[in-house]
Design a protein around this ligand. Structure first.
Ligand SMILES: Cc1cc2nc3c(=O)[nH]c(=O)nc-3n(C[C@H](O)[C@H](O)[C@H](O)COP(=O)(O)OP(=O)(O)OC[C@H]3O[C@@H](n4cnc5c(N)ncnc54)[C@H](O)[C@@H]3O)c2cc1C
Ligand code: FES
Length: 267
């Protein structure tokens, strides 16, 4: 395991930095290992500055895109670590561990149409999934919701059904209501929902999937430290697995997630 992890840590030169929507910065970095190995839904754990001990802990980010020997992450300024990362300049180096976690379960035969449901910075895990679905000739649709039209990071996505809280683009209302409208008229054959976004939105997506009796997989963004199952710092309550002395059950988001079937988690 040590050797595997060592080969997954790479000093990665920042090749590009761009702001693609308000408060969302994309960093492109050289890392042939991540570019070659990352599957849709996996993440990297990033030390904001190489050889830097403040912040001491890595921060997890979905692999947003890969091409050639480089990969990209998208950063929403949330706190100290993300603020430092978002300010990284071209030519600086990041310390990247990954790819980590399990991919989205996109190659199951239990569905015919993938419905990608996105809220806010949850977009980051979706472009690789859409690319893979296209490669596999699978049907898919993208529903993307934001507070207003300046917040969409849609450069790598196609076939998007937009929704905004203020009505400035697409459907006026929540992304979940937009999906419901189309499920109600039976627009998709054997759909499965893949969702990533704020917790409240993912809860609503699960309720929607239950209502229509369709599968749903959610990708969780908990706080993390090690990212590799050692520190026990990323538990999520589940309905599966062994119960603790309290009677409750937990899984680690870093090694057993980050995505889970709706039946597996207690959100
Ligand atoms: C799988 C996954 C994918 C993600 N993908 C993305 C993405 O693509 N884009 C994006 O913008 N965000 C993503 N996130 C969320 C992102 O990782 C967080 O927003 C980021 O870690 C916040 O860091 P911060 O320093 O800015 O925030 P802060 O709130 O300042 O710090 C949060 C982190 O600091 C550490 N920490 C803080 N306080 C403590 C404490 N008391 N004890 C121990 N540790 C502490 C932990 O490592 C914690 O994770 C993802 C999260 C996960 C789990
Ligand atoms: S982050 Fe350390 S166990 Fe998950």
């Amino acid at each position: 395991m040590q050797d595997t992890i060592r080969s997954q840590i790479q000093r990665s030169k920042v090749l590009g930095r761009r702001e693609i929507a308000r408060g969302l910065v994309v960093l492109k970095f050289q890392n042939s290992f991540v570019a070659e190995k990352a599957a849709p839904g996996q993440f990297v754990n990033v030390l904001p500055k190489i050889d830097f001990s403040d912040p001491f802990l890595r921060r997890p980010f979905s692999v947003y895109n890969t091409s050639g020997d480089s990969a990209e992450i998208i950063i929403q300024d949330h706190g100290r670590g993300t603020a430092i990362l978002a300010a990284t300049g071209i030519g600086e180096h990041l310390d990247i561990l990954g790819p980590l976690g399990n991919p989205w379960k996109y190659n199951e035969t239990t569905f015919e149409t993938a419905i990608l449901v996105i809220g806010g910075a949850g977009v980051a895990s979706m472009p690789l999934l859409a690319k893979q679905l296209e490669k596999d000739n699978k049907l898919y649709a993208v529903y993307y919701g934001a507070r207003n039209k300046s917040l969409f990071a849609d450069e790598y996505l196609r076939k998007i059904e937009y929704s905004t809280d203020d009505g400035s683009k697409g459907f006026h209302g929540s992304v979940i209501e937009n999906v419901r409208k189309d499920l109600n008229v039976g627009k998709y054959s054997k759909p499965k929902i893949f969702v990533c976004g704020p917790t409240g939105m993912m809860r609503s997506a699960i309720l929607l999937a239950n209502e229509f009796r369709i599968p749903c997989e959610v990708s969780l963004e908990t706080e993390m430290a090690c990212g590799i199952g050692i520190c026990q710092g990323c538990p999520v309550e589940t309905s599966i697995g062994e119960a603790e002395s309290t009677g409750r059950k937990f899984h680690l988001v870093c090694t057993q997630g980050p995505s889970f079937a709706k039946e597996q988690i207690v959100l």
